[in-house]
Ligand binder design. Structure first.
Ligand code: ZN
Ligand code: ZN
Length: 329
């Protein structure tokens, strides 16, 4: 009997359509009404996304077609990690209890299964690959990965709840990733942390870190800070840097803002202070929104210095010029 494609059921037709390039899908859709329905069905786009890019997640309020378009508009194909899809809430389910033992520092489960050492501070990790999970210290996880570097390993650092993809070589769900990736990472972390108060607190800290990193990107040391706000604030640059570096490591600041470093003997803003200064007193600039957030969250040691207090004053002319010359990205 000759093969007739029209006799295939919808599931098989969807699977076939899901392997077509977008242009061929258009041709497929004009064959007949039934094919048109299949070509427009979102499950076909889900197949296409998986077959084309290996991606299996999306934002909850997006369609699979929208996620496909997101992925196509990702120029380096590096903003939506496809390897993360092999981790699911189900994969993590058996590791909820070990996770809780580790964060509560229950001694028997506290050590790396390979080297046996206590590595809580540097970070006990879940090393996840092809549905398997190993609990290791970071060093042993890297060594284990290096034995078969082609497998798509994902590392979940337990104390700070960061996820790293070895193949994409970056932290997942962070500034360089797409919103859908960020959402999926959060969704996974929520499942592993939800069984204990301490776990929920850890996730809260991670979310705060993510929020503060976004604030840093949009509200500190940017041209928009100079132009879009009526005034801006000066912050001790060393403090701001330490804050940001801790955030990158999944940790919050522990000290109040150290603006005393910016004061001169009379308690005014030191007019020798410079943006990005080396050995001289250095400051960063931030919007009022970020300033108010930081003071409320971490406190302030020293004074608040606002740009409108120094702008136009002769003793600050050189400082002002340095601010204007400052190559802000
Ligand atoms: Zn990846
Ligand atoms: Zn180890």
């Amino acid at each position: 009997m000759p093969f007739n494609i029209l006799e295939l059921n919808n599931e098989l037709l969807t699977a076939i359509a899901g392997h077509l390039p977008v242009d061929d899908l258009k041709t497929f859709s004009i064959v007949c009404h039934r094919f048109a329905v299949i070509a427009h069905d979102d499950s076909t786009w889900r197949e296409m996304l998986y077959n084309g890019f290996g991606v299996t997640y999306k934002l909850p309020d997006n369609t699979w077609k929208q996620q496909y378009e997101r992925k196509c508009s990702d120029p380096q194909h590096n903003r939506i990690c496809p390897h993360l899809g092999m981790v699911s809430r189900k994969t993590l389910e058996p590791y909820k209890a070990p996770y809780n033992n580790v964060i509560h520092r229950d001694p028997p489960r506290h050590n790396c299964a390979t080297c046996g050492q206590n590595h809580y501070q540097s970070g006990l990790c879940l090393y996840i690959y092809q549905g398997n999970i190993r609990i290791r210290c970071k060093e042993c996880a890297y060594r284990f990965h290096a034995m078969a570097p082609n497998r798509h390993g994902i590392l979940l650092r337990i104390p700070v709840l960061q996820m790293y993809c070895f193949t994409c070589s970056r932290q997942l769900g962070e500034a360089r990733g797409d919103e859908s990736e960020e959402h999926y990472v959060d969704y996974l972390l929520e499942s592993i942390t939800q069984d204990s108060e301490l776990g929920r607190q850890q996730l809260g800290k991670r979310r705060q870190c993510m929020f503060e990193r976004e604030l840093n990107v949009s509200e500190a040391d940017r041209k928009s800070v100079l132009s879009s706000t009526p005034c801006f604030y000066f912050v001790d640059r060393m403090w701001l840097w330490a804050w940001f570096l801790r955030l990158c490591d999944g940790k919050l600041a522990t000290e109040p803002i150290t603006n005393k470093a910016l004061e001169d003997e009379e308690g005014k803003l030191n007019c020798d202070a410079r943006p990005r200064g080396g050995f001289t007193v250095a400051f960063s600039i931030v919007t009022p929104r970020l300033w108010n957030y930081l003071v409320k969250t971490y406190g302030l040691s020293g004074k608040a210095f606002q740009s409108n207090e120094v702008q136009g004053r002769p003793e600050y002319a050189e400082m002002w010029k340095a601010i204007e010359d400052w190559k802000l990205i």
